[in-house]
Design a protein around this ligand. Structure first.
Ligand code: ADP
Ligand code: MG
Length: 339
């Protein structure tokens, strides 16, 4: 009889975890942008080369990290965002799993510069395949800059599996749009191969939607507003006559986080009942705020799925709210028998 089980070394465990967190360059973009938001940044720059395959850099003016934290941030399960299991029921940050930087550093060449406001000098750190190869004090602005180079350099199968630059850029732009729509109060820019793709100055929701999807969008938007004990709903739906043949711009944000929810999507489509041509899809930008303890977002590492305590009630409220707003814009038949 012999023992054959061993604990995997950290860098191997990180590489395995990375498989879940980092599917493609867009996953890195999402994780880095979310970290910048959690760090309280008011201005975030995203710089890409070759659809992120060669370089993904995020520069923020957030709170930065101390020397020790800068190094610790690349350890797995290292996070400043939760301390105990109970905290999972009152999350106010995008991150909490402490996995992203560890995963990214396991499968790319990473360079970080970071400085806190009260520090004279910041930290400059390089890390490859989970190993720190360089760490020095450096003069750098307050905030954090992280460069992720040569993604999947040590996993040829993944690297070869990446799609064309056009497709990977599309995925990145999707993430960028979702995150910048969730945070109109933050300035964002996106540069790709030295071209400026987006420059979004701090604004409100309507202006952010318009600056991303074009000025024609402005006249199409019907405001949505509802507040109950369970949920507050705000945002816009596009008037039914603008519904698209191809899938429209469809965005749900729950507590400032983009989520996919076929169930809530169905509620919105149901509110358009009878107003849409066969085969056309409504556009919507809907922001739901619910008590943090009434949802679970820890279903999947990418956190785009969410579980609500009382899904049926949310469905009903959402459908009624959208229907009512469409009615107010006198573009829906008003069938209110109670008045
Ligand atoms: P998580 O976001 O789940 O905590 P990450 O691996 O993404 O895990 O980040 C680990 C930690 O590194 C964070 O908890 C945070 O303290 C720190 N960190 C990461 N990015 C930044 C940033 N841009 N600015 C300041 N701190 C950061
Ligand atoms: Mg994170």
């Amino acid at each position: 009889m012999s023992d054959i089980i061993q604990l995997l070394p950290d860098h191997v465990a990180n590489q395995i975890a990375a498989g879940e967190v980092v599917q493609r360059p867009a996953s890195v973009v999402k994780e880095l942008l979310e970290n910048s938001i959690d760090a309280g940044a008011s201005c975030i720059k995203l710089i890409l080369k070759d659809a992120g395959k060669t370089l993904i850099q995020v520069i923020d003016d957030g709170k930065g990290m101390s020397v020790t934290d800068a190094r610790l941030s690349f350890e797995r399960h290292a996070t400043s965002k939760i301390r105990a299991a109970e905290d999972l029921f009152q999350l106010h940050t995008k991150g909490f799993r402490g996995e992203a930087l560890a995963s990214i550093a396991a499968i790319a060449h990473v360079e970080m510069k970071t400085k806190q406001e009260d520090q004279e000098l910041g930290t400059h750190l390089k890390i490859e395949g989970s190993k720190v190869t360089y760490q020095e004090m450096a003069s750098t602005p307050t905030g954090t800059s992280i460069s992720v180079k040569n993604l999947f350099y040590n996993i040829p199968a993944r690297r070869n599996f990446l799609k064309s630059d056009t497709v990977e850029t599309r995925h990145i732009i999707d993430e960028f749009q979702r995150i910048s729509l969730a945070h109109p109060e933050i300035t964002f820019s996106l540069h790709h191969n030295s071209n400026e793709v987006y420059r979004l100055s701090e604004s409100n929701l309507r202006k952010r939607v318009v600056s991303i999807f074009g000025s024609k969008m402005n006249e199409k938007l019907v405001p949505i507003e509802e507040e109950t004990e369970m949920i507050s709903i705000s945002g816009f739906v596009a008037k039914p006559e603008y519904a698209k043949k191809k899938r429209g711009e469809q965005f749900f944000f729950v507590n400032d986080r983009f989520v996919k929810s076929p169930y809530l999507h169905h509620a919105v489509v149901a509110a358009f009942d009878g107003l849409l041509e066969q085969g056309s899809h409504p556009s919507y930008f809907l922001y739901l705020k619910v008590p943090t303890k009434s949802i679970d977002i820890n279903i999947h590492p990418t956190k785009t799925e969410v579980k609500f305590d009382d899904e049926k009630a949310l469905y009903a409220i959402l459908r009624a709210t959208v229907k009512h707003s469409l009615g107010q814009y006198s573009i829906a038949p008003v069938l209110d028998f109670n008045r």
